[in-house]
Write a protein that binds this ligand. Structure first.
Ligand SMILES: [Zn+2]
Length: 423
C-alpha cells in the first residue's frame, strides 16, 4: 500500500461516516449540497481521472459502493455490485502506469478490465423494471479521446460525468421499494468513454431480465445547465415520451428534444435492445474532454432541477400500464451518413439557428488549421448548404482525406470563407 492508497482509505472512511449521518437524520443534507459533495468526491485527484482499467477506476467504484450502500440499495451485479468486462484493444493501447513493459511511465496494455457498479430497489408488486444509468469513468491523464494537447495531466471529468453520477445518486435517494411502483436498477457504467463497453456488456449479460425493462434513463453531462435549456435525446423511442415530458415540466425548462435513440452515450446500448430511452444533457462547452472540466464550474442547482424533473417523469412513468417502443429513423443503417473525414470541431448540439455552430475546435485539426473559431456558424461546405447537424454530417460523407473544400461561416454577423484541408 502506498501513501496515496492510505489517504484514500482514510477519505473513504470519512465519507462513510458522513454518509451514515444522513441515514440517522441528525441533519438533513440539501440536494444541492449532496450533488456537490458527490462531484467533488469523484473528481478528487486520488481517483486520477477514473480511466477504465486503472487504479483510479477501482477507487471510484469502491467509493460508489460506500455511497450506494449508505442509501440502503441492494447489490445487483454478477459478483456483489460488480460486473466485470474485458476488452482487447487493437492495436494495444498506451496507458499511464508502471509495470511490465512500461517505459517512461507509459505501459502497453493488451487487455483492459473494467467494472460496472450495479444496485437495485426491488418490489414484488410488478414484474417491471426501470433503469437509471450514468457512466463514472473518464479519461484519466488524457487518453486517446482527450481534446487537450499538452503534457498528460488529470482530466477531472466533473461534468463528464461526475455530474450524471451525482444526479443518479440523488434520484436513488428519493425512491424506496414501496413507493417506486417498479423495481429500479441504478447502474454506474464504466468503459463509456472508450466506446460504451460497460453498457454493452450489461446488455449482453444482463443481471435482470431485459424483457421486463420498460425504459432506460441516462444522465451524461448534466452539470452545465445554462438558463433553462435542457437537451433530451431519444424522444422518438416511445410514442409517449413527448407528452409525458411536457406534462412533467412544471419548472418551465426549455426542452430541446432529439428523436434518435442512437447517440454518443450508454442509452444507445439499450435502444439497440428495443428499450425506450431518454438521455439528459446540458450541452457542450470548451472544457469538454479537457483537464479544465473541473467541479467549480458545475451548476449544482441545475443538476437538482434536472433531478426534480426526472423524478416526476419516473413517478408518472412507473404508474403507466403500457410503455411502447418505437424505432427511430437512424435504425436504418443506410440512412445514417458515413464519413471518412471530420473538421475537428465540437458542434453546439443545442444551437437551434440555421447552420452548425462550432462550440470548440481541436488543436492541429482541419478547422483550426484553416482559421475557424469557436462561435463560427458553418453555413455551407463547397456546394452543400448546411442547415443543421444532419446536413452537416451529410456533407462530411462527401469528402476524402487530402481534399480541400471551401467552408463558408457566419462570424459575428459577417459571412467569411475558409479553405479547409480534410484529414
Ligand atoms: Zn466523455
Amino acid at each position: 500500500m502506498n501513501v496515496k492508497c492510505q489517504e484514500t482509505v482514510l477519505y473513504a472512511l470519512v465519507l462513510a461516516v458522513s454518509a451514515s449521518f444522513i441515514g440517522c437524520g441528525t441533519e438533513p443534507v440539501s440536494s444541492t449540497h449532496y450533488v456537490e459533495r458527490v462531484v467533488y468526491a469523484l473528481t478528487d485527484s486520488t481517483f486520477e481521472g477514473r480511466e477504465t482499467g486503472t487504479q483510479g477506476e477501482g477507487m471510484a467504484s469502491a467509493w460508489l459502493d460506500t455511497e450506494f450502500g449508505a442509501l440502503g440499495l441492494r447489490v445487483k451485479g454478477d459478483s456483489a455490485s460488480r460486473q466485470t468486462f474485458r476488452y482487447k484493444p487493437h492495436p494495444p493501447m498506451q496507458v499511464h502506469g508502471e509495470g511490465e513493459g512500461s517505459h517512461m511511465g507509459m505501459a502497453l496494455v493488451t487487455e483492459i478490465v473494467g467494472e460496472n457498479v450495479l444496485y437495485s430497489l426491488e418490489t414484488e408488486d410488478t414484474p417491471f423494471w426501470g433503469i437509471v444509468g450514468a457512466h463514472y469513468d473518464h479519461l484519466g491523464y488524457g487518453d486517446e479521446n482527450s481534446l487537450f494537447r499538452g503534457e498528460p495531466t488529470i482530466h477531472y471529468g466533473a461534468d463528464d460525468n461526475a455530474s450524471g453520477v451525482a444526479g443518479m445518486l440523488e434520484l436513488a435517494k428519493r425512491f424506496d421499494s414501496q413507493s417506486s411502483g417498479h423495481s429500479m436498477l441504478f447502474a454506474a457504467f464504466s468503459g463509456e468513454e472508450k466506446g460504451l463497453w460497460g453498457s454493452n456488456q450489461f446488455c449482453e449479460t444482463p443481471t435482470i431480465n431485459l424483457d421486463s425493462v420498460r425504459y432506460m434513463i441516462n444522465f451524461d453531462m448534466v452539470g452545465r445547465l445554462r438558463g433553462d435549456t435542457l437537451a433530451v435525446y431519444g424522444t422518438g423511442t416511445s410514442p409517449g415520451w413527448m407528452e409525458l415530458l411536457g406534462s412533467c415540466n412544471e419548472d418551465s425548462l426549455i426542452l430541446v428534444p432529439s428523436e434518435s435513440g442512437i447517440g454518443p452515450s450508454d442509452h444507445t446500448s439499450f435502444y439497440l435492445e428495443d428499450i425506450p430511452v431518454l438521455h439528459f444533457f446540458t450541452g457542450q462547452h470548451p472544457d469538454y474532454h479537457k483537464p479544465s472540466d473541473t467541479p467549480e464550474k458545475i451548476n449544482y442547482e441545475g443538476i437538482v432541477r434536472i433531478v426534480d424533473f426526472v423524478e416526476r417523469v419516473i413517478r408518472k412513468l412507473n404508474a403507466e400500464a403500457e410503455w411502447g417502443f418505437t424505432p427511430t429513423k437512424d435504425q436504418d443503417e443506410d440512412s445514417t451518413p458515413r464519413f471518412k473525414v471530420t473538421l475537428g470541431v465540437i458542434p453546439d448540439y443545442l444551437f437551434d439557428g440555421e447552420g452548425m455552430r462550432i462550440d470548440g475546435v481541436s488543436e492541429g485539426r482541419p478547422a483550426q488549421l484553416a482559421g475557424l473559431e469557436r462561435g463560427d456558424v458553418v453555413l455551407s461546405i463547397d456546394t452543400v448548404q448546411v442547415t443543421d447537424m444532419m446536413t452537416y454530417m451529410g456533407a462530411l460523407s462527401l469528402f476524402e482525406a487530402g481534399q480541400t473544400s471551401e467552408v463558408v461561416v457566419s462570424r459575428k454577423g459577417a459571412t467569411q470563407a475558409f479553405t479547409v484541408t480534410w484529414d
